[in-house]
Design a binder for this molecule. Structure first.
Ligand code: ZN
Length: 237
Protein backbone atom coordinates (compact mmCIF):
# COMPACT_ATOMS: atom_id res chain seq x y z
CA UNK A 1 0.00 0.00 0.00
CA UNK A 2 1.40 3.38 -0.96
CA UNK A 3 1.47 5.91 1.86
CA UNK A 4 3.20 8.80 0.10
CA UNK A 5 5.23 9.04 -3.09
CA UNK A 6 8.09 6.61 -2.55
CA UNK A 7 6.83 5.38 0.82
CA UNK A 8 4.94 2.11 1.21
CA UNK A 9 3.41 -0.06 3.88
CA UNK A 10 4.40 -3.55 2.77
CA UNK A 11 3.38 -5.62 5.80
CA UNK A 12 0.89 -5.58 8.68
CA UNK A 13 -1.97 -7.96 9.38
CA UNK A 14 -4.35 -5.56 11.17
CA UNK A 15 -5.26 -3.95 7.87
CA UNK A 16 -4.76 -7.08 5.82
CA UNK A 17 -1.54 -6.17 4.02
CA UNK A 18 -0.12 -9.51 5.18
CA UNK A 19 -1.73 -12.60 6.69
CA UNK A 20 -0.08 -15.02 9.12
CA UNK A 21 -2.82 -17.35 10.29
CA UNK A 22 -6.62 -17.38 10.89
CA UNK A 23 -7.61 -15.21 13.82
CA UNK A 24 -4.24 -13.49 13.98
CA UNK A 25 -4.37 -9.71 14.01
CA UNK A 26 -1.21 -8.92 15.92
CA UNK A 27 1.22 -11.50 14.51
CA UNK A 28 2.57 -9.15 11.91
CA UNK A 29 3.33 -5.53 12.72
CA UNK A 30 3.40 -2.84 10.07
CA UNK A 31 6.52 -2.73 7.98
CA UNK A 32 7.41 0.17 5.74
CA UNK A 33 9.70 0.75 2.77
CA UNK A 34 11.21 4.09 1.79
CA UNK A 35 12.39 4.17 -1.82
CA UNK A 36 15.39 6.52 -1.90
CA UNK A 37 17.39 7.18 -5.01
CA UNK A 38 20.23 5.12 -3.48
CA UNK A 39 18.27 2.00 -2.50
CA UNK A 40 15.55 0.92 -0.09
CA UNK A 41 15.24 1.57 3.63
CA UNK A 42 12.98 -0.74 5.60
CA UNK A 43 11.40 -0.09 8.98
CA UNK A 44 10.49 -3.26 10.93
CA UNK A 45 10.06 -6.50 9.03
CA UNK A 46 7.17 -8.50 10.50
CA UNK A 47 7.24 -11.94 12.07
CA UNK A 48 9.22 -13.73 9.36
CA UNK A 49 6.51 -16.17 8.26
CA UNK A 50 5.04 -13.45 6.03
CA UNK A 51 8.29 -12.33 4.41
CA UNK A 52 7.29 -13.83 1.05
CA UNK A 53 4.08 -11.76 1.17
CA UNK A 54 6.06 -8.64 2.04
CA UNK A 55 8.39 -9.29 -0.89
CA UNK A 56 5.41 -9.89 -3.21
CA UNK A 57 3.84 -6.63 -2.05
CA UNK A 58 7.11 -4.87 -2.79
CA UNK A 59 7.34 -6.33 -6.29
CA UNK A 60 3.78 -5.16 -7.00
CA UNK A 61 5.02 -1.61 -6.43
CA UNK A 62 8.12 -2.16 -8.53
CA UNK A 63 10.45 -2.50 -5.53
CA UNK A 64 13.03 -5.25 -5.57
CA UNK A 65 13.63 -7.01 -2.21
CA UNK A 66 17.31 -7.30 -3.22
CA UNK A 67 17.53 -3.51 -3.08
CA UNK A 68 16.82 -3.30 0.69
CA UNK A 69 20.01 -1.87 2.18
CA UNK A 70 19.05 -1.28 5.81
CA UNK A 71 16.27 -2.38 8.16
CA UNK A 72 15.71 -0.22 11.24
CA UNK A 73 13.97 -2.03 14.09
CA UNK A 74 11.60 -0.22 16.45
CA UNK A 75 11.89 -2.94 19.13
CA UNK A 76 12.59 -6.65 19.45
CA UNK A 77 9.05 -8.02 19.66
CA UNK A 78 8.41 -11.03 17.43
CA UNK A 79 5.77 -9.30 15.31
CA UNK A 80 8.23 -6.52 14.41
CA UNK A 81 11.62 -8.21 14.29
CA UNK A 82 10.94 -11.94 13.86
CA UNK A 83 11.91 -11.77 10.19
CA UNK A 84 15.20 -9.95 10.74
CA UNK A 85 17.27 -13.14 10.38
CA UNK A 86 15.91 -13.58 6.82
CA UNK A 87 16.95 -10.06 5.83
CA UNK A 88 20.35 -10.52 7.43
CA UNK A 89 20.97 -13.57 5.23
CA UNK A 90 20.43 -11.51 2.11
CA UNK A 91 22.89 -8.87 3.24
CA UNK A 92 20.53 -6.25 4.69
CA UNK A 93 22.21 -4.24 7.47
CA UNK A 94 20.16 -4.29 10.67
CA UNK A 95 20.04 -1.14 12.78
CA UNK A 96 18.78 -1.03 16.37
CA UNK A 97 19.31 0.58 19.73
CA UNK A 98 21.38 -1.47 22.21
CA UNK A 99 18.43 -2.78 24.25
CA UNK A 100 16.73 -4.05 21.09
CA UNK A 101 19.95 -5.52 19.68
CA UNK A 102 20.64 -7.34 22.98
CA UNK A 103 17.18 -8.91 23.00
CA UNK A 104 17.38 -9.94 19.33
CA UNK A 105 20.80 -11.50 19.91
CA UNK A 106 19.50 -13.60 22.82
CA UNK A 107 16.00 -14.32 21.48
CA UNK A 108 14.70 -14.52 25.04
CA UNK A 109 11.27 -13.54 26.46
CA UNK A 110 11.92 -9.89 25.62
CA UNK A 111 11.21 -10.93 22.02
CA UNK A 112 7.85 -12.49 23.04
CA UNK A 113 8.14 -15.63 20.91
CA UNK A 114 6.07 -17.43 23.58
CA UNK A 115 3.15 -15.11 22.86
CA UNK A 116 2.91 -16.41 19.31
CA UNK A 117 3.96 -20.00 20.13
CA UNK A 118 6.95 -19.47 17.90
CA UNK A 119 10.67 -19.38 18.42
CA UNK A 120 12.52 -16.10 17.84
CA UNK A 121 15.45 -16.73 15.51
CA UNK A 122 18.38 -14.89 17.05
CA UNK A 123 20.16 -12.32 14.94
CA UNK A 124 22.95 -9.79 15.43
CA UNK A 125 22.46 -6.11 14.66
CA UNK A 126 25.02 -4.57 12.31
CA UNK A 127 24.84 -1.03 13.63
CA UNK A 128 23.96 0.16 17.12
CA UNK A 129 22.37 3.55 17.51
CA UNK A 130 21.44 5.68 20.48
CA UNK A 131 19.00 8.34 21.50
CA UNK A 132 19.63 11.62 19.72
CA UNK A 133 21.68 10.14 16.88
CA UNK A 134 21.24 11.59 13.40
CA UNK A 135 21.98 8.87 10.89
CA UNK A 136 22.80 9.49 7.27
CA UNK A 137 21.34 6.51 5.43
CA UNK A 138 21.12 6.53 1.64
CA UNK A 139 21.11 10.32 1.72
CA UNK A 140 18.27 10.57 4.25
CA UNK A 141 18.86 12.04 7.70
CA UNK A 142 17.15 9.79 10.24
CA UNK A 143 16.70 10.92 13.84
CA UNK A 144 16.75 8.31 16.60
CA UNK A 145 14.47 8.65 19.65
CA UNK A 146 14.67 6.11 22.47
CA UNK A 147 11.16 5.80 23.96
CA UNK A 148 11.25 2.84 26.36
CA UNK A 149 8.29 1.57 28.36
CA UNK A 150 6.29 -0.80 26.12
CA UNK A 151 9.64 -2.54 25.87
CA UNK A 152 13.01 -1.22 26.97
CA UNK A 153 14.20 -1.14 23.37
CA UNK A 154 11.39 0.98 21.91
CA UNK A 155 12.76 3.40 19.34
CA UNK A 156 11.13 5.88 16.99
CA UNK A 157 12.77 7.08 13.79
CA UNK A 158 12.09 10.52 12.30
CA UNK A 159 12.89 11.98 8.91
CA UNK A 160 11.66 14.55 6.42
CA UNK A 161 10.13 13.16 3.24
CA UNK A 162 8.31 15.12 0.54
CA UNK A 163 8.45 18.19 2.83
CA UNK A 164 6.62 16.34 5.61
CA UNK A 165 8.01 15.40 9.03
CA UNK A 166 7.47 11.68 9.48
CA UNK A 167 7.90 9.48 12.55
CA UNK A 168 7.98 5.70 12.51
CA UNK A 169 6.71 5.12 16.04
CA UNK A 170 6.51 1.34 16.60
CA UNK A 171 4.36 0.44 19.59
CA UNK A 172 4.94 3.57 21.67
CA UNK A 173 1.30 4.52 21.53
CA UNK A 174 -1.86 2.57 20.77
CA UNK A 175 -3.06 3.42 17.31
CA UNK A 176 -6.55 1.99 17.11
CA UNK A 177 -9.76 3.93 17.59
CA UNK A 178 -9.68 3.19 21.29
CA UNK A 179 -6.75 2.62 23.59
CA UNK A 180 -3.75 4.82 24.14
CA UNK A 181 -0.84 2.51 24.83
CA UNK A 182 1.14 -0.29 23.34
CA UNK A 183 0.58 -3.74 24.85
CA UNK A 184 1.42 -3.88 28.56
CA UNK A 185 2.49 -7.53 28.82
CA UNK A 186 6.17 -7.24 27.95
CA UNK A 187 8.52 -8.76 30.48
CA UNK A 188 10.32 -5.40 30.55
CA UNK A 189 7.17 -3.21 30.46
CA UNK A 190 7.53 -0.27 32.84
CA UNK A 191 4.82 2.33 33.48
CA UNK A 192 7.05 4.94 35.08
CA UNK A 193 9.55 4.86 32.25
CA UNK A 194 6.71 4.70 29.70
CA UNK A 195 5.23 7.97 31.09
CA UNK A 196 8.58 9.71 30.63
CA UNK A 197 8.73 8.46 27.04
CA UNK A 198 5.21 9.73 26.31
CA UNK A 199 6.18 13.06 27.83
CA UNK A 200 9.16 13.26 25.53
CA UNK A 201 7.23 12.06 22.48
CA UNK A 202 4.40 14.54 23.12
CA UNK A 203 6.89 17.37 22.52
CA UNK A 204 7.67 16.12 19.03
CA UNK A 205 5.96 18.00 16.25
CA UNK A 206 5.28 15.80 13.24
CA UNK A 207 3.03 15.70 10.23
CA UNK A 208 2.56 11.96 9.83
CA UNK A 209 2.98 9.15 12.36
CA UNK A 210 3.49 5.63 11.04
CA UNK A 211 2.79 3.21 13.88
CA UNK A 212 3.55 -0.44 14.46
CA UNK A 213 -0.05 -1.57 14.07
CA UNK A 214 -3.21 -0.27 12.52
CA UNK A 215 -3.79 3.18 11.20
CA UNK A 216 -1.38 5.79 9.98
CA UNK A 217 -2.07 9.27 11.36
CA UNK A 218 -1.96 11.95 8.67
CA UNK A 219 -3.35 14.85 10.68
CA UNK A 220 -1.89 16.26 13.87
CA UNK A 221 -0.65 12.95 15.29
CA UNK A 222 0.86 14.85 18.19
CA UNK A 223 -2.64 15.24 19.59
CA UNK A 224 -2.90 11.46 19.69
CA UNK A 225 0.32 11.29 21.67
CA UNK A 226 -0.86 14.04 24.04
CA UNK A 227 -4.01 12.00 24.69
CA UNK A 228 -1.86 9.00 25.55
CA UNK A 229 0.26 11.10 27.89
CA UNK A 230 -2.85 12.43 29.60
CA UNK A 231 -4.26 8.92 29.98
CA UNK A 232 -0.97 7.66 31.40
CA UNK A 233 -0.77 10.49 33.94
CA UNK A 234 -4.36 9.79 35.01
CA UNK A 235 -4.13 6.00 35.18
CA UNK A 236 -0.60 5.12 36.07
CA UNK A 237 0.21 7.11 39.20
ZN1 ZN B 1 5.50 -4.49 20.65
Amino acid sequence: MQVLKGLYQVGGDLNGITFDQPGAMWNDANSYILDTSQGLLMFDCGCGDTMDQIFDNMRYWGLSPEDIRYCLLTHPHFDHAGGAHILKKQGVKLIAIRETADAMASGDERCCGYLYHKCFRTVTADQLVQDGDKLDLLGIEIGVMHLPGHSMGCTAYSFVWDKKRLVISGDVIGTLLSGDFGWSGSIDFNKKIYIESLRKFARVDMDIMLPGHGMIYFHQPRRRVEEALNAALMQWR
